[in-house]
Ligand binder design. Structure first.
Ligand code: SF4
Length: 473
């Protein structure tokens, strides 16, 4: 098979032979100091790396060079994303699923997990509960089931979520993580105003993929791997990719993940909006120990750092699958979005789920409330951001990437982060978080480069203090 990043065929843009050749190349050069220095120098330019170059850095065994990689990842995080961390929460609509994924408790053979599908009234209640926590951005999740979770149900649910306005709350961006579907259905999702379409590959290794997905529509490797092409064709230009680390060899996944990003860039002129780095977690009838490709925290940190410097314009997401300690370790290496106060059950925000009715997809490793996460981030020197402005201003796809590449994000994301944080502090924060946050907002105003925008931000912050909401630049 020939490797062709522009090809619409999965097996050509994620060419197995090319991944194997990349792994060999990386292995042969893991102590090649001259090459490693050359690649690091290229990464310093902030224009990214090829999958082969990135694989060499991932394999690099020279401690001193590894420290350079970490420092560079940290610098790039600062240069492109500043000290902002965007907040979101997942909302599981339904755990009915017809697929047989062996790593997920929602697989159809699991007869003891509680099956649930929220009604629109339940979704309304969950949305209110999420708004009352302070969330503005959600990631919708649902199993694949054409009878229980047809596209019409997903669309209706998104409309319900956007329609709920409780006190000062609003969900302003709904990202969607549902199974691979048709161009026609992606158009429907676009028309209803979704933010990012997220779909994890789980594993790029075709044989493993087919073994891990023995039954159901998800078994079709090509249909799943080409899903982002169909989403792009339908006009969704913010797509989020990721793998489930632990299923296959992480080096394989890393190279293929970057090849997927290269493919989207080559075929559509815009790479992925986000990359997620989930690791497998315990769940009903799932024991991570049965998968032998788990990675330790040091390897995980190296992966995050190498992704950061390889695709500097792509946001990176770490969920509550990771512990507080692990999240703290990787935040500065390039993560730009995290979830907080998450429930991984169907519903569960408005009222806690009884233990005997557990419907969760995995056990979170970070069970803190959103307020605790917000406070923790600020204590670490980050600005928790509830901003959803870009998508609402039409700054998606390559328009968003241009903004990021030109460095204008500091005049845009930074002020929006301050204004949305101020909203959070006024409406939802505990007294301690509020005091800490108000001080942080005051200090950070000086870091808005444009005088004109700085002035507008100061005025808007005052208005927010007087009860007005939803300002953005
Ligand atoms: S991973 Fe997705 S498709 Fe597979 S069983 Fe779980 S919910 Fe269904």
């Amino acid at each position: 098979m020939m490797y062709d990043p522009k090809s619409p065929k999965a097996e050509e843009f994620i060419c197995h032979e090319e991944v194997l050749a990349t792994l060999n190349y990386a292995h042969e050069n893991k102590n090649n100091i001259a090459l490693i220095e050359k690649i690091i120098a290229k990464a310093c330019l902030g224009k990214g790396l090829t999958h082969r170059e990135a694989a060499v850095l991932l394999d690099c065994e020279i401690e001193e060079k590894n420290q350079e990689i970490y420092r560079l990842a940290e610098q790039m995080k600062k240069d492109f994303y500043g000290n902002r961390i965007v907040m979101f929460a997942p909302l599981y609509l339904s755990n009915y699923c017809v697929n047989g994924c062996v790593y997920c408790p929602y697989h159809y053979k699991n007869k003891h997990i509680a099956r649930k599908k929220m009604t629109q009234e339940e979704i309304r209640r969950e949305t209110i509960a999420l708004q009352d926590m302070g969330h503005k951005r959600l990631a919708l999740e649902a199993g694949e089931d054409p009878v229980n979770n047809p596209i019409e149900y997903i669309l209706e649910s998104i409309k319900t979520i956007y329609s709920v306005k409780h006190k000062n709350g609003a969900i302003r961006r709904v990202n969607v993580n549902i199974a691979a579907t048709t161009v026609e259905n992606y158009k429907k999702l676009r028309n209803v105003g979704i933010g990012t379409y997220i779909l994890f590959q789980e594993t790029y290794h075709k044989n493993s993929y087919e073994t891990l997905h023995p039954t159901g529509p998800k078994h079709d490797y090509a249909y799943h791997t080409e899903a982002m092409d169909r989403a792009m064709e339908a006009g969704i230009d913010d797509v989020g990719i990721g793998v489930l680390f632990g299923l296959e060899l992480y080096r394989y996944e890393f190279a293929a993940l970057l090849m997927h990003a290269e493919h989207l860039e080559a075929a559509f002129g815009v790479g992925p909006h986000t990359i997620s780095v989930p690791r497998i977690r315990p769940a009903d009838d799932i024991d991570p120990a049965t998968f032998d490709n788990g990675i330790d925290e040091d390897t995980f940190a190296k992966l995050v750092a190498c992704i950061r410097i390889s695709v500097p314009y792509t946001g990176m997401i770490v969920s509550t699958r990771e512990s507080k300690e692990c999240r703290e370790k990787v935040l500065h290496l390039g993560v730009s979005q995290i979830s907080g106060g998450s429930k991984t059950s169907v519903g569960g925000y408005a009222a806690a789920e009884p233990e005997e009715e557990d419907s969760s997809q995995f056990q979170p490793n970070d069970n803190r409330t959103l307020d605790e996460v917000v406070q923790w981030l600020m204590e670490l020197g980050y600005i928790p951001s509830f901003c959803t402005a870009c998508y609402r201003e039409g700054r998606t796809g390559d328009r968003f990437m241009q903004l990021l590449k030109s460095g204008q994000i500091q005049n845009c994301c930074h002020p929006n982060a301050l204004m949305t944080l101020k909203e959070y502090l006024e409406d939802y924060a505990s007294p301690k978080t509020k005091a800490l946050g108000n001080q942080l907002v005051l200090e950070e105003i000086a870091n808005v480069p444009s005088e004109k925008i700085r002035k507008a931000v100061v005025e808007n912050l005052e208005k927010i203090g007087c009860g007005n909401r939803d300002f953005r630049v």
